[in-house]
Design a protein around this ligand. Structure first.
Ligand code: 9YT
Length: 125
């Protein structure tokens, strides 16, 4: 059994901070669960281009408000309780009107300190 607490991750190698988001990585590939689990803060007023070509991701908002715009598709408001699952590798913009706290699950699991490249993609490591 694996037991972790967010407070013990802050400031460690599993706490990945970028200009637009801060991903606290609770489960990674090394944990051998078949998925990864992040508690991620999306910074207020930011827009991030994201395109997970190599992963599927489910995102569950527990705090804050914003929106997701699927490029070439619809725009959906994000509020606490809203979940979206990128089961079609949708390229999108994620915008945070206030700081949003999101629980993010990836398959295949993230392996470590992935950050988006210029296309918004995470490499398959
Ligand atoms: C919701 C989303 O994809 N945010 C970008 C960060 C990513 N989820 C992560 O690595 O935690």
């Amino acid at each position: 059994m694996i037991v972790k607490h967010l407070s013990n991750l802050i400031g460690t190698i599993d706490d990945v901070d970028t200009e637009t988001w801060n991903s606290r990585r609770l489960l990674l590939g090394k944990d051998k669960m078949g998925f990864s689990l992040n508690d991620t803060l999306i910074k207020e007023g930011t827009e991030t281009l994201i395109w997970y070509k190599n992963h599927v991701e489910a995102v569950y908002c527990i705090e804050g408000v914003g929106e997701i715009e699927v490029i070439g598709g619809e725009t959906y408001p994000i509020t606490p309780g809203m979940m979206y699952a990128l089961n079609g590798h949708e390229k999108h913009y994620l915008r945070a009107r206030s700081q949003m706290r999101m629980i993010c699950v990836f398959n295949p699991p993230l392996t470590g300190r992935e950050v988006h490249d210029e296309e918004g993609t995470y490499p398959l490591l």
